[in-house]
Design a protein around this ligand. Structure first.
Ligand code: AMP
Ligand code: FES
Ligand code: ZN
Length: 329
């Protein structure tokens, strides 16, 4: 097996590209895919500071590394979710990555700063933990971005993640979610832009990137996500991909190119090029934390209150008042 670019011996083959690469050309390929995703969807403007949400897994650590390699000023954000040793190990891996490379890392500990952790929230709501986990992460990503003046938040969702979400949305014809499934969510008042620069790279490529770059990452899956529907969708898509390489990418990119705007139109949301999010619902500051919300109190604060009512007063201090900064569009 020879490298497609330089004809040296290859270390990895990527069936959907019908190509194999040596180490250096593979790393170049990853950088090019991220650069292309960023350019194609205008994810990051030159000179913008990026806040990268890093979980300690391969995708987000590789993303942080790749953004740096492409010359972006990118700082990290780790959220301690309180999932026992899994969270402690993940935090240690993120800190090692950041200190070893002299990178700036923000940390938020859900229990210490907001009075609850993901296992407690899951017990209170009696729902799958991923629900309160996702809600808390989205809230805190945005809050930290606004507080520290980052116009854009990047997450490590890759091609496999996005194709699995798409399959789930299509299986239930979730037209509202299909209208919003896109690698860029534009900024709006009180919300930073959200971007997914890894959509052109698969899970296997991200693992190979970390190994070849010597990035130590959390290899365990989150113990609370076992049995989660998306893992099943990923298995189904992998079986399809095995029989027809490229099927997964065709499914996702076909939707982004030709399907998304139809659903966005149905939902009355501006299309892909737009940048504006259309006539959204009216937002006002949350009475408790100041984040923009459609109700009086945001979903994150309602969750906090439910857990507090269930378990008694929170040990941590009441967090300071709302972030006031509005991100640049
Ligand atoms: P997940 O929701 O676990 O599939 O993770 C999706 C993306 O969210 C990751 O690639 C990270 O960018 C981000 N993320 C997940 N967990 C954390 C965390 N504990 N702290 C910061 N970012 C996270
Ligand atoms: Fe959120 Fe596992 S990382 S429930
Ligand atoms: Zn709130």
């Amino acid at each position: 097996m020879k490298c497609r670019r330089c004809r040296e011996p290859a270390v990895i083959d990527i069936r959907r590209h019908n190509a194999a690469f040596c180490r250096d050309c593979f790393l170049h390929h990853c950088r090019e895919q991220v650069r292309r995703a960023i350019d194609e969807h205008r994810m990051i403007e030159p000179g913008e500071r990026v806040l990268v949400a890093v979980s300690g897994g391969k995708d987000s650590l590789a993303l942080w590394h790749l953004l740096g390699a492409l010359g972006h000023e990118a700082d990290g954000l780790y959220i301690g979710l309180g999932i026992d040793e899994y969270s402690e190990e993940s935090a240690a891996l993120v800190r090692t990555f950041a200190t070893g490379r002299g990178l700036k890392l923000h940390e938020v500990d859900l229990a210490a700063e907001w009075g609850f952790d993901v296992p407690t929230a899951a017990r209170t709501t009696r729902r799958a933990p991923c629900g309160s986990c996702g809600l808390s992460k989205r809230h805190l990503f945005n809050r930290v971005a606004l507080t520290h003046g980052y116009p854009v938040v990047a997450t490590g969702h890759n091609l496999d993640d996005e194709a699995a979400v798409l399959l789930g949305n299509v299986l239930r014809w979730e037209t509202g979610y299909l209208a919003r499934q896109y690698p860029v969510l534009p900024a709006s008042d009180g919300f930073a832009r959200k971007v997914k620069p890894l959509i052109r790279l698969g899970e296997r490529e991200m693992a190979a990137y970390c190994v070849l770059e010597g990035i130590d990452y959390q290899v365990e899956e989150c113990p609370m996500a076992a049995g989660n529907r998306h893992l099943g969708y990923k298995e189904v898509l992998n079986a399809l991909e095995d029989r027809s390489p490229g099927a997964k990418a065709a499914f996702l990119f076909g939707f982004l190119d030709r399907g998304h705007d139809l659903f966005a139109g149905l939902a009355g949301i501006a299309g892909t090029g737009g940048g504006a999010s259309g006539e959204g619902p009216v937002l006002a500051p949350c009475a408790s934390c100041g984040s923009p919300t459609t109700g009086e109190v945001c979903a994150f604060c309602r969750l906090r209150e439910r857990v507090r009512d269930d378990t008694g007063p929170a040990p941590g201090p009441e967090p300071a008042s709302a972030p006031s900064q509005t991100p640049r569009p």
